[in-house]
Design a protein around this ligand. Structure first.
Ligand code: 5GP
Ligand code: ZN
Length: 113
């Protein structure tokens, strides 16, 4: 499949890895919007959040754990950070392999939409 993030998982495209577990990997966004901007993704391909079956409990737990670990290793766990995911056209999703943005390291705008 021609997916940038699958290629990052396979090591075919380089990335600055921040955290990795059996089912999940986290790496720096190539176009950071803040000093800390990390993408947390399942290694398996899902087009978006909507395709992750809720029965995949191990994966879902690892995703939450990965977000916590990323916040710790990047130093934003105490200062604060934002987690967001864009699903589909209206939200401006541009890479169709599910990813959570973890953003922090500066005071963020309150604006959400
Ligand atoms: P979306 O717009 O889908 O929510 O977010 C996609 C994110 O992926 C963007 O923030 C973009 O900068 C990032 N991105 C796109 N291509 C690459 C890449 O090849 N490497 C990395 N590390 N990030 C990428
Ligand atoms: Zn993919």
């Amino acid at each position: 499949m021609d997916c940038i993030f699958c290629k990052i998982v396979q090591g075919e495209i380089p990335s600055k890895k921040v955290y990795e577990s059996e089912l999940v990997v986290a790496f720096e966004d190539i176009n950071k919007v803040a000093p800390v901007h990390v993408l947390v993704i399942p290694k398996a391909h899902y087009d978006s959040l909507m395709e992750i079956p809720v029965s995949e409990t191990e994966l879902i737990v690892e995703l939450i754990h990965a977000i916590q670990e990323v916040a710790r290793v990047t130093g934003v766990a105490e200062t604060g950070f934002r987690v967001l995911t864009n699903k589909g056209r209206s939200a401006g999703q541009s890479v169709f392999h599910q990813h959570f943005h973890v953003i922090g390291g500066r005071d963020l705008d309150i604006k959400l939409g």
